[in-house]
Write a new protein. Sequence first.
Length: 357
Amino acid sequence: QWYQRRVQGEISFVYSSVSTKLARMQPVLLLGACLLLHHVYAQPLEYFYTVSTQTGEHSLGEGCLKRDWEGTDPEGLTGHPWVANIQCVEGTYKLDGVNYGGPIQIWVEKGSMQANDKLLDIIGSSIWINVGSEVSLEVKADSKVWVVGAPLDVRNGEPPRFVNYGESEDLTPASFRHYHALDFLEDQAENVHDSHINNGTANANNLVWLSKTRVDPSSILVMNCMTESWVDYHIHTGGALYLSFSGSICFHTDQIRCINSGEARWTSPNLFYYESFKTASEPNMDSLALSSVMGMDCDVPLLFAVTNFDPSSPMGVPIFTEQPCVMPDGMEHRWGYCEHMATWTTRYTTKIVTISP
């Protein structure tokens, strides 16, 4: 299909890295600080996470099933991230150890999970877990969760040492962070009007958690109460993954391709496109309950998450004024792309650095 075709040549990106001299010591976590130009092999302009594209499926025991999608970039910048879906029908699934795969964010689609000593029991709630951090996860019965970012690689053993800048949470990045969908009730997140859907005229709100250290990601949940709506042509400069919890999201390029509840789609920063939304025929009762707490008047709400979206910086939000280098259908349908794009991540990158004995 079109979205699986490769653009010829290499794509240039800007990413974060850091170089320093280390004394002989145990593995250390460092944070990217310097901008470097990095070349990667060409990637598709978008990627869809559906049943037809999953790359693996296996039982976790106790009535739980894990489905996998292979990725190419855990940050979702130079390529699509790894994704896993864990569903427990009757039993529970437990995972304990140290996260060595890379940074991941885990969302509740249905039911609840106990994640690093906190119960996340509202749809759209999530936890971000840094690479090298300890993980204690329990997916409850009759629950579904999504794991987005790096491959899920949790091992036994002691975690590496984190670089420490001080006791304040604003100085030293946390090893994990919770994003409970009701945090806005305690002023730990913002419940704000969406300025992009229908050019800001829609009955739609965003739950927004801003990054505290530029290492933990900002996070956003979009609650859209419109039966049908749209967002004008734009690009996501850091790439983005859309995760639908209820309703349909359609992406207009050479064709119109949609994701429904329980599906996801990643876009390259090279792609300039239009998107539209349509509610389901029946309401998702968990989404409906959340919309009510948010103070919104919804009949059949549409709820989704978007990664690499940081409204605290003009470099972390979609760009609507850019024009693509190539527009196959001309100005009447302004979707398009650039073969080469220099861009950036929305946060610093954490790496585990290990020396030779």
